[in-house]
Design a protein around this ligand. Structure first.
Ligand code: 2M8
Length: 401
């Protein structure tokens, strides 16, 4: 099994390779997405470490002057994907950011033998990308991270955005034609029309107001956790490579902000917070348990682990929404399916069982974008880059154990 999975993963990365960056899937996503590329770099490290470094450098090359790493870079604009540069008001990229997986990947590359001098040269740009998120994605000064668009944290139609999105006028966006629903075998696996209209209203507003976050901001325990993991990775890299950095201090402040503002002792998990309506969102998503990845000094560690092992247990990996919830939809995108990148992240606390079941799932169903957590059916796009890249890392971690 191991050899054939490994060869298939390698051939997917090679097919999706566009020279200096890797597209998520030739069929559905023909551009470069920042967090996908971070995961891709980890996979490339098992094939060609120089190519892995190039992947990180191409993410950093898209950085804006204000430090933001855009979530999409359009190297070769094509009508095969919507929304393209015209909608974003920027010729080369989108204008929102993404979870800073580039930093987590940089540390992994360092562990896997990449040239330290090369990694060192990335640190100022990585630091700037974190400063952008820490200052421009915290409108209330809570020392937590908010997203200004559901696409920014990468979990697009996650139910946590349902309530904040109710306030967004779906008719405000200029007319458009979406492409995605024509490319999957069943359109119900993708966000609904009204959701998509609201996404485009937000894109329209954001590009009109100079790309600054306004009151449409959802504080997010998943995004905050990802920034903390990245800050801590940066702090370790900076120490190792002899570069000054305030990343460790920022991570401490974020840990405190997350515990103070988003932890709910009553629910036993972390909440979302809509800065516009001033209301908490109590959605039971795997993202609401992501702070479990930060270790025992965060409130709720034992309760969250228990919940992951019971409420979130499913035959095929970790569902993104708790199956008992009315929001759960096992085939629709970020509203329930299992994703290999989430399994990969959570395997650091759920251990070998999740590593093994994730590998078995891909072996059984293929390298899909996401999977039905009860049947294991592959959904969305096939030959998906981060599924392939992270399978390579999971295989390595299994071999090491
Ligand atoms: C999905 O998001 C894009 C918009 O950014 C889309 O649906 O068109 C998400 O799954 C996101 O997390 C991912 O980065 C992207 C490319 O794989 O696809």
């Amino acid at each position: 099994m191991t050899d054939s999975l490994k060869h298939r993963a390698i051939s997917i990365l090679k097919n999706n390779d566009r020279g200096s960056h890797t597209i998520p899937s030739g069929h559905l996503y023909p551009h470069q997405w920042a967090w996908d590329s971070g995961f891709a770099a980890i996979g490339w490290a098992y094939i060609d470490i120089q190519r892995a470094c190039l992947e990180i450098e191409s993410i950093l090359d898209g950085q804006w002057e204000d430090g933001r790493i855009p979530h999409i870079q359009f190297h070769n604009p094509t009508p095969e994907y919507f929304p393209g540069p015209a909608s974003w008001g920027h010729e080369k990229s989108s204008s929102i950011s993404n979870p800073p997986v580039w930093t987590i990947a940089a540390e992994r590359l360092h562990q896997l033998g990449a040239d330290p001098a090369r990694i060192k040269s990335w640190l100022p740009r990585i630091e700037a990308s974190h400063l952008f998120l820490g200052t421009q994605r915290d409108p209330l000064g809570w020392k937590c991270i908010a997203t200004c668009h559901p696409w920014e944290n990468g979990q697009d139609n996650c139910p946590a955005w349902d309530a904040p999105m109710e306030a967004i006028d779906p008719e405000e966006a200029p007319p458009f034609q979406r492409v995605d629903t024509k490319k999957v075998k069943d359109a119900s696996q993708r966000p609904t029309e009204i959701q998509y209209n609201r996404y485009m209203t937000l894109v329209h507003r954001f590009t009109k107001n100079g790309f600054q976050i306004d009151t449409t901001a959802d504080y997010d325990p998943f995004f905050t956790t990802m920034v903390i993991l990245a800050e801590e990775a940066l702090a370790r890299l900076a120490k190792d490579l002899g570069v000054p950095s305030q990343a460790g201090e920022r991570a401490k402040e974020l840990r405190a902000g997350l515990a103070e503002h988003l932890w709910s002792d009553e629910l036993g998990r972390y909440r979302y917070y809509d800065a516009r309506s001033k209301r908490y969102g109590e959605n039971a998503t795997s993202g609401s348990l992501a702070p479990v990845l930060l270790g025992a000094d965060m409130p709720g560690q034992a309760r969250m682990l228990e919940s992951l092992r019971t409420d979130f247990s499913a035959p095929f990996g970790l569902p993104t929404v708790v199956p008992q919830s009315p929001d759960f939809d096992p085939v629709c995108y970020w509203r329930g399916p299992t994703w290999v990148n989430m399994n990969w992240l959570f395997s650091s606390v759920l251990g070998q069982d999740l590593v093994d079941s994730t590998l078995a799932l891909v072996e059984k169903s293929g390298f899909w974008e996401y999977f039905h957590p009860h049947t294991g059916e592959g959904l969305g796009a096939d030959d998906f880059t981060w599924t392939a890249a992270l399978v390579l890392d999971l295989l390595a971690s299994r071999d090491a154990n």
